[in-house]
Every structure is written in C-alpha cells, then in structure tokens.
Design a protein around this ligand. Structure first.
Ligand code: EPU
Length: 336
C-alpha cells in the first residue's frame, strides 16, 4: 500500500471532473484501511465509485479509494440466501452476479453506477425498489476510533436517498462490507412501476423472470439516462422535492398537469425533472456542459467542463425553480 502524490481523479468520478488529489491511496483490505487511519490523517476523502460527487476543485485531502473486493454466500435457507459483499465491488457487477446465480431482490436496481459500499449511504433506489429492501446489515470502521461496528437495517435509519451515514454519522464511518438477503427460488418481483410494465409488454413478456426485469430496467435506463462512460454525469443531480399537500393544491391550479406521487396524507412528491423541464432547462447546452435532453434531472459534462461550471448551472436551476414554483431543490450529489 503506497500513498501517492498528485493523482488525477478524472477517471475515478463519473462526472469526469479533471481534478487532482494531493495524496491518494488504494485500499484493498480492512487491514489497509486501519493502517492508513492509524497514521491519523488530518483530512480524508472517501472515494468509492465516484458516481455521486461533483468535484469543484483539487482535493487537498488524503483520498482513500476503497477497492476491497469479494462476494460470498454466508448462509442459505429454504428460499433465502445471505450474501456478504465487499465495499469496493461495482454495484452493477454485483447485480449481474446475483442474476447469474438466480438470486432475486436487486434486479430493479440494475445499471446504477457506483460501488456496493457507498450504495447504503444514499439508499440507492430506482424503478420501485430501494437498497434497504434487501439490506440486512453493513460493517463499517470508525474514522477516529477505528472501531469496527455492525449496523443493522434499523441502525441505518434509511429514508428516501438518505441514511444515518448522510446525517448524524456523516463522514464518521467507512463502510467495508454489506450483507444482503436475496430470494433463491421463488422471487417477489416488482413490476408495478409504470415504465417496467410497459417495457415488458412491449417485449411480450408475460411472467417475467428477474432477468427479464433487469433487461427491462436496463433498456429504460439506457433510453433516458446517459452512460457515464460516454457522457460525464452523476445520475439525478437533485432529489425529488416533497411539498405539503396544501402547496400542491395551489400549484395544481396554476399547473394542472403537474405530475405527483402522494407520500402521506399531508405531503406530495413532485418529480424534479418536470420542474426543471418547465423552467426551460431540459436539453439546454452551455458550451461543454448542460442539462440532458431526455431527463432534465441529469446534468452532463460534454467534455472538459469544470465542477464550478456545473455547480453554477445547478444554482441557476435552483433559483429558477424557486422563483417559478416556490420549491427548493436539494442536490442529491455531494458537492466538494
Ligand atoms: N419528468 C419530466 N421531465 C423530465 C424528467 C422527468 O417531466 O425531463 C417527469 C415525468 O412526469 C416522469 C416523472 O418525471 O413521469 C418521473 O421521471 P422518471 O421516471 O425518470 O424518474 P425520476 O423521478 O425523474 C427517479 C430517481 C432516479 C431513478 C428513477 C426511476 C430520484 C432523484 N431519481 O427519477 O434515480 O432512476 O426515479 O426510478 O429519485 C439517481 O438517483 O441518480 C437516479 C437516476
């Protein structure tokens, strides 16, 4: 394990931001991690798949690139299997591994960029499923005390794109592995998310297997979301805002077609992509960066844009949405 100086992070963040890490180390085991933490670095940045961060400047911290690998079945029961996955495994490769073994539960989360160890932090979700649905526990190391702790699902306090690791324990722990519970024979499939049903119907699939669902999700994602290997992006840049039912009713008078999902008796979620589209940003290009033309929630780097450019664009969008709708958009990505 070698600490390197002045390493470019361009290929290690899906926005493709060309920034340099003053110090950088690849972590391949828990032992590596503890060894590095024992040197008491004053400032660290944890880097997983780099799929949820906008880097606006060079990183003046020791970057810990978590590359701990390994997937193993730890227990089997009649229809369930528990699998422990190391933090540095790529999320979609893990989904593919599960499909190969016919393990169900995370097929709706196919093709989400990023790594397994960072997935619980924002409770990744898509197409009617969230990580928390299959999550059992994770192991994490405390940055200061180096204590190894197991977090159960309850401990994680999962919410919409949220967990304890984004709130009170933000920056305090580094996740080293995650245990999932998956179905091994009879799968409970989730296809009632509109786009999946329509996609399956289009392909004349009647009783979908978990593989069929994954194929449908991949096809939907590819039609809307840019591939970060081709076009730099971090998926949804903002969270879908939750507003009061009272405010929703007022907005509906002005915008009768406003799409919405009822969250509770008093709250409603509005797709941020729609708000941004109505604000006139969808498909807008500002030189080498802009707003994706098929999904307004995704900001894109067409090549050599800076993090500051994208940050400015995101602020412009937030201001426009606030003026038009009186809604504050909260960024989903971490801005560094
Ligand atoms: N919409 C528009 N214009 C747009 C985009 C969306 O009008 O440009 C409206 C449409 O009414 C559409 C609705 O928004 O029906 C929902 O759009 P979509 O199904 O694409 O989902 P989303 O709410 O925009 C969320 C997640 C995505 C996830 C999809 C599918 C968040 C912040 N984003 O997007 O997650 O893939 O649902 O489940 O919750 C990510 O987190 O990076 C991500 C891509």
């Amino acid at each position: 394990m070698i600490i390197k100086n002045n390493i470019s992070l361009k290929d290690l963040n899906t926005f493709g931001m060309s920034v340099v890490a003053r110090k950088f180390v690849t972590i391949k085991s828990k032992k590596d991690l503890i060894t590095v933490l024992n040197t008491n670095p004053s400032n660290i940045l944890i880097l997983g798949g780099g799929s949820n961060m906008l880097l606006t400047k060079d990183v003046d911290a020791l970057v810990l690139h978590i590359s701990i690998k390994g997937i193993k079945v730890i227990s089997n029961s009649e229809n369930n299997v528990r699998v422990e996955v190391a933090a540095g495994e790529n999320w979609h490769e893990f989904v593919t591994w599960c499909l190969d073994k016919n393990y169900g539960g995370i097929e709706n989360l196919s093709l989400i960029p990023g790594n397994v160890g960072t997935a619980p932090i924002q409770n990744i979700g898509a197409y009617g499923a969230e990580l928390k649905d299959s999550f059992v526990s994770c192991q994490a190391i405390h940055v200061d005390t180096k204590e190894l702790r197991t977090f159960t699902k309850k401990d994680c306090n999962f919410g919409y794109r949220n967990s304890i690791f984004k709130e009170e324990l933000n920056g305090k722990y580094i996740i080293t592995s995650v245990i999932f519970e998956l179905s091994s024979h009879q799968h409970t499939t989730k296809i009632n998310y509109g786009a999946i049903e329509a996609e399956l119907k289009k392909n004349s699939v009647i009783n979908p297997t978990i593989q069929d669902i994954s194929t449908a999700v991949i096809s939907i994602r590819n039609s809307k979301l840019p591939n970060p290997k081709v076009l730099g992006n971090c998926g949804s840049f903002f969270k879908n805002p939750v507003i009061t039912y009272y405010k929703f009713k007022i907005l509906k008078e002005q915008f009768p077609k406003i799409p919405h999902y009822i969250v509770s008796d008093t709250t409603v979620k509005i797709p941020a992509g729609w708000l941004i589209e109505i604000a006139g940003f969808k498909g807008k290009k500002f030189g080498n960066y802009g707003v994706h033309d098929k999904q307004a929630l995704v900001l894109v780097n067409y090549g050599n844009a800076s993090g500051k450019d994208l940050l400015e664009l995101s602020i412009k969008i937030q201001k426009a949405v606030l003026i038009i709708f009186g809604i504050n958009l909260e960024s989903e990505v971490n801005i560094l």
